[in-house]
Design a protein around this ligand. Structure first.
Ligand code: C2E
Ligand code: CA
Ligand code: CA
Length: 850
C-alpha cells in the first residue's frame, strides 16, 4: 500500500492487471474453441486486439504439428507486410532458442520469441512457439507472464491432439461394431461394460439393458454356464490370454441358439476385462449337420455315386462311394483323378454316348444306359444319371453321377423281347414282329412310292395231318414249311408264323401288284413240293390270301385283316390264292351281324360271369377269383370272350359290357366278404376302357353299391394299356391305386416286356402268361423265363400269379420257385357263382392239390 501513490509502481500495477486480464481472456478463448486451429486464431486475435501487441505469429512444432500444421498470423491481412517478415525470420530460428529472445526493431519497438519447451520430437528446426511485436519494450513481468501463457498453450495443444486422436478412434470403433454382423462385448466381473447393437439384438435386449443389469450367465444355457464362467474367470483372474469356444446361448424369449466366441484379456477403465466377439452359428451348424447326413447317405447308398470336378483339367472324379468301388471293381484310389470315360474301355461307339456328351456340353442332367467295363474286363450295363451341381453364383462346378448296375434287368428284357418276337417252334417272327415289320415296310413304301404286299397262308388239311400222324410230325411239317418260305424271300422281307398252321409273308419294295403273281405262284409251288415226313412222303398245300398296299389298307392292322379275309375265301378251293377285293367283305358282313346281336345282348342282359379261383401256393387256400365274362346267346349258346371282346372293343361296346362286369363282380365279391370269405375279386379291364374319363368314377360307384372294400378289388390289365396311352394310363392307375384298388399286369411276358414301366406304374401283381406255364417242365426256355419273372417280381416287391396251371408238375415247379398264387384248370375251371360258392362252403380241400 505504501507505493499506492508511486506513479511508476502504479503504472506497473495497472500493466500487471491488464496482463492478468489478457491472460484470463486468452484462456477463455482457448477453452471455448472447438478445434485447435480456432483456439490459436482466437489467441492471436486476443493478444493483438485486447492486448498491447501489434502483430502475432504462432508456429506449431513437431509435437503438435498433425493437428493443423499451418502457422497462425494476426492480423492476417498483414502477413505480407515487411515487418511480418521479421517475425517469420525470428520464428524460423525458434529451434535454436533455449529461452525467450528479444529483438529491438530498427523502426523502434521490440520483437519477442517465446519457444515451446524443448523435447526430442521438436529438436532440429521443428520447434514451434509464439512471436509478438510491440511498440514498447517487454518488461520482465510481461516476459514472465507471456512465458506462462506459452506453457499453457503448449499443454493445450498437446491435450487437444490427444483428444482428437481418441475421438477418432472411438468413432471408428463404434462405427465398426455397430455395423457389424458380429456381437462385440467387454465384460468385467459378471457384467457387460460394453455391448454393441448386434449383440443386444442377437439376444433380444437393448444395449442399455445388457450394460445395466443383465448378467452374463443370464445369456447362457444352464448346462453351459459353468464352462462359460470358468472361461471368463481364467482371463479375468488367471493367466489365459485368449480363448475360442462354442456354447449355447439363450435369447430373452428363451430360445436357445448355438454361438461361438473369441475372447481376449484386456484392461478397461484401469481394471481387468475381457473383450470379445460373438457369432450366431445356428445356420452353420445346421448346414454342417445336413452335410454330415448327406455324406453318410452317399457313403451308404447302394447305387454307385461319383463326383467330378469341372474346375480341374479333364474333369476328373474327385470322389467315389463304396458302392461305386464294388460295382466297378476299381478302388477309390485308382479312380479319383481320372475322367469317367475309362469305364467305357474301347467300347466308344455306343448310341447313348452322344446324348451324354451333349448334356455335359450344355451343362444339364440326363440319364443314359451304357455298357461299362469292370476292372476285371467284364462288361455290365450302367444306368447312369448325371446331374450338374451349381455354386451360389449359378456356375456349374461339379457333376454328380449315380450309377446303377442294370445288367440283370437288361438280360431278362432281352430274353423276353426275343421271346415275344419269335415263334418258339419254327424260329420265325411271330405276330407282334410281323405287325411291326409290316408297319415299317408300309412306311418306307409310302415315302418312296413303292408297293408292299402281305400274303397270309393257311395249310390245307393240317388238322388232319396232326391227328393222323401225331403232333411231332405236325411240328415237323410246320418247320419244313417255315424253312421253304424263308428260302423264297429277299433281304428285308419277313416270314412269320401267326397261328397254329397260319403263316404270313411281307414282300416289301415292289414295283407294282403285277410283280406279285409270279411270287404267289412260287410260294404255292414251294409249299407243295414233296415233303419227307415220317416214313411216307406227303404233299402239303396251302391256301393264300393277298392284300396289297397302297389300295387294300393303309396300316398293318387293316392289311392283315384284309389278307386274312382273302385267305378265308381261298380255303375252300385249296392250293390257290385270292387277292383281296372289297366284295370279300362277307366277313365284314358277318361282323356287322355280330355287332347287331351284341347290341341286343347288352339291352337284353345276355351276359354272365364265371369265376376262376386263385389259390395260394403256400397255404392252398382260395384267396380270390378272376371274373370272366361269357355271352349267353339265345341261338348259339355260350359264346367265349375271344369271339366277342375284340368286336366289343372296336365298337366301343366294351364300355357298357365292362361297366356291367365291374358292377356284377363287385356285387358278388361284396356278398362273399359279408358271408365271411375275405376274397379278392379280379376284373379284366380292356385298353379301350381307359379312354373313358369316368372309368375311376364308375368303379368307385360299383364299390360303394356293393359295399366292397377297395382293397378287395384287383384290376387286371395288359401291357398294351401302358404302351398305348402311357400318360392316361399312369394317371388312371394312380387314381385307382390311391383309392386302394390293386393293379395286376396280365399276360406278362407276351407284350413289349419292358421292365422299366414296372417301376413307372403302380403295379402290385404280375401274372405270368399261360404260354410260359404250358410247356413246363419240358421246355427249358419257358422254365428260364418263368424263373426270371418270379425272381424279378420278388426283387421289385410284386406279387406273382401263374396262369393256366394244368398239371401237378407245373404246380410243383411254381411252388419250388416261390410263386405266390396260381390259377388254372388243374385246380378249377372258371365256375358259375353258385358252383364257386359250393366250393367255398365245402372247404377247399386244396391241401390235397397243393
Ligand atoms: P385272361 O384274362 O388271360 O383270362 C384267362 C383265360 O385263361 C380265361 O379264358 C380262362 O378260362 C383261361 N384259363 C384259365 N386257366 C386255364 C388253364 O389251365 N388252361 C387253359 N387252356 N385256359 C385256362 P377266357 O375266359 O376264355 O377269357 C379269355 C380272355 O378274354 C381273358 O384272358 C381276357 O383277356 C378276356 N376277358 C374275359 N373276361 C373279360 C372281361 O370281363 N372283360 C374284358 N375286357 N376281357 C375279358
Ligand atoms: Ca385276366
Ligand atoms: Ca392272362
Amino acid at each position: 500500500m505504501s507505493s499506492y501513490n508511486d506513479s511508476a509502481s502504479d503504472q506497473d500495477l495497472q500493466r500487471e492487471n491488464r496482463l492478468w486480464r489478457l491472460h484470463a481472456v486468452c484462456h477463455q478463448r482457448m477453452s471455448r474453441a472447438s478445434t485447435a486451429q480456432e483456439a490459436l486464431s482466437g489467441l492471436a486475435a486476443t493478444l493483438v486486439d485486447a492486448g498491447p501487441y501489434l502483430r502475432c505469429l504462432i508456429v506449431r512444432g513437431a509435437d503438435h504439428a498433425d493437428n493443423a500444421p499451418a502457422p497462425v498470423y494476426y492480423p492476417t491481412e498483414s502477413t505480407s507486410a515487411p515487418d511480418m517478415a521479421a517475425l517469420r525470420a525470428l520464428a524460423a530460428r525458434m529451434a535454436s532458442l533455449d529461452e525467450v529472445q528479444i529483438q529491438t526493431q530498427a523502426s523502434g519497438g521490440e520483437l519477442i520469441a517465446l519457444p515451446f519447451p524443448a523435447t526430442e520430437a521438436n529438436s532440429g528446426s521443428r520447434r514451434g512457439g509464439l512471436v509478438l511485436a510491440c511498440a514498447h519494450s517487454f518488461s520482465e513481468q510481461e516476459q514472465k507472464r507471456l512465458q506462462d501463457l506459452v506453457i499453457d498453450l503448449n499443454r493445450y495443444l498437446a491435450q487437444s491432439q490427444l483428444r482428437t486422436a481418441l475421438l477418432e478412434r472411438s468413432e471408428q470403433f463404434s462405427r465398426l461394431t455397430d455395423a457389424s454382423m458380429v456381437g462385440f462385448y467387454i465384460i468385467q466381473q459378471d457384467g457387460f461394460a460394453y455391448a454393441n447393437a448386434r449383440l443386444a439384438a442377437l439376444f433380444g435386449y437393448s444395449q442399455d439393458e445388457l450394460i445395466n443389469g443383465v448378467r452374463v450367465s443370464d445369456l447362457v444355457y444352464p448346462d453351459d454356464r459353468a464352462a462359460v464362467v470358468s472361461n471368463l474367470q481364467q482371463r479375468l483372474e488367471g493367466d489365459t490370454q485368449s480363448v475360442h469356444y462354442q456354447f449355447r446361448g439363450v435369447r430373452r424369449s428363451g430360445e436357445v441358439m448355438p454361438v461361438e466366441v473369441f475372447g481376449t484379456r484386456t484392461y478397461y477403465r484401469g481394471e481387468r476385462a475381457v473383450v470379445g466377439s460373438l457369432l450366431d452359428i445356428t445356420e452353420r451348424q445346421s448346414s454342417d449337420q445336413r452335410l454330415n447326413l448327406l455324406s453318410r447317405a452317399v457313403d451308404a447308398s447302394r447305387n454307385g455315386i461319383a463326383i467330378s470336378d469341372l474346375s480341374l483339367d479333364d474333369n476328373p472324379f474327385v470322389y467315389v462311394n463304396p458302392a461305386f468301388e464294388a460295382i466297378t471293381g476299381y478302388s477309390a484310389v485308382e479312380t479319383v483323378g481320372r475322367n469317367g470315360r475309362f469305364l467305357l474301355g474301347d467300347d466308344r461307339r455306343q448310341s447313348q454316348l452322344q446324348q451324354l456328351r451333349q448334356a455335359l456340353h450344355e451343362q444339364r442332367g440326363t440319364r443314359v444306359e451304357l455298357r461299362n467295363y469292370r476292372k476285371d474286363g467284364t462288361a455290365f450295363w450302367n444306368e447312369l444319371s448325371v446331374a450338374p451341381v451349381q455354386d451360389d453364383a449359378g456356375n456349374t462346378t461339379h457333376y454328380v453321377s449315380v450309377m446303377n448296375d442294370i445288367s440283370q434287368r437288361k438280360q431278362i428284357e432281352h430274353q423276353l423281347r426275343q421271346l415275344s418276337y419269335f415263334d418258339k417252334l419254327t424260329g420265325l417272327a411271330n405276330r407282334s414282329q410281323l405287325t411291326e415289320q409290316l408297319q415299317q415296310a408300309l412306311h418306307h413304301a409310302r415315302r418312296n412310292g413303292r408297293v408292299t404286299a402281305l400274303l397270309m397262308l393257311d395249310l390245307d388239311r393240317f388238322k388232319m395231318f396232326n391227328q393222323s400222324l401225331g403232333t411231332l410230325a405236325g411240328d415237323n411239317i410246320l418247320c419244313a414249311v417255315a424253312r421253304r418260305l424263308e428260302g423264297i424271300i429277299r433281304r428285308g422281307d419277313t416270314v412269320a408264323r401267326v397261328g397254329a398252321d397260319e403263316f404270313a409273308i411281307v414282300f416289301h419294295d415292289l414295283n407294282d401288284r403285277h410283280d406279285l403273281l409270279p411270287l404267289a405262284r412260287k410260294v404255292l409251288n414251294e409249299v407243295s413240293r414233296h415233303l419227307d415226313v415220317g416214313t411216307d412222303g406227303l404233299q402239303v398245300t396251302a391256301s393264300m390270301g393277298i392284300a396289297v398296299a397302297p389300295g387294300d389298307g393303309d396300316d398293318a392292322e387293316m392289311l392283315i385283316q384284309n389278307a386274312s379275309a382273302a385267305m378265308y375265301s381261298a380255303i375252300p378251293k385249296r392250293n390257290g390264292f385270292v387277292f383281296y377285293t372289297a366284295e370279300l367283305n362277307s366277313q365284314a358282313q358277318q361282323r356287322l351281324d355280330m355287332e347287331v346281336r351284341l347290341k341286343r345282348a347288352i339291352t337284353n342282359h345276355e351276359f354272365i360271369l364265371h369265376y376262376q379261383p386263385k389259390v395260394d401256393l403256400l397255404t392252398g387256400a382260395i384267396t380270390g377269383a378272376e371274373a370272366l365274362v361269357r355271352w349267353l346267346d339265345p341261338l348259339e349258346g355260350m359264346v367265349p370272350p375271344f369271339r366277342f371282346i375284340p368286336l366289343a372293343e372296336e365298337t366301343g361296346m366294351i364300355q357298357e359290357i365292362g361297366a356291367w362286369v365291374m358292377e356284377e363282380a363287385c356285387r358278388v365279391a361284396g356278398s362273399w366278404n359279408r358271408e365271411g370269405w375275405p376274397l379278392t375279386m379280379a376284373v379284366n379291364l380292356s385298353a379301350k376302357q381307359f379312354s373313358d374319363p369316368d372309368l375311376v368314377g364308375s368303379i368307385q360307384r360299383a364299390l360303394v353299391k356293393a359295399q366292397l372294400a377297395p382293397d378287395r378289388l384287383e384290376c387286371e390289365l395288359t401291357e398294351s394299356v401302358l404302351m398305348e396311352q402311357p400318360e392316361i394310363a399312369k394317371a388312371t392307375l394312380n387314381e385307382l391305386k390311391a383309392i386302394g384298388i390293386h393293379i395286376a399286369l396280365d399276360d406278362f411276358g407276351t407284350g413289349y416286356s419292358s421292365l422299366s414301366y414296372l417301376k413307372r406304374f403302380p403295379i402290385d401283381t404280375l401274372k405270368i402268361d399261360r404260354s410260359f406255364v404250358m410247356d413246363i417242365p419240358q421246355d427249358d426256355h419257358d422254365i428260364a423265363i418263368a424263373k426270371a419273372i418270379i425272381a424279378l417280381s420278388r426283387s421289385l416287391g410284386l406279387q406273382v400269379v401263374a396262369e393256366g396251371v394244368e398239371t401237378s408238375d407245373q404246380l410243383a415247379f411254381l411252388q419250388q420257385e416261390g410263386c405266390d398264387l396260381m390259377q388254372g384248370f388243374y385246380f378249377s375251371k372258371p365256375l358259375p357263382e353258385d358252383v364257386f360258392r359250393a366250393l367255398l362252403v365245402a372247404g377247399t380241400g386244396l391241401n390235397s392239390h397243393v
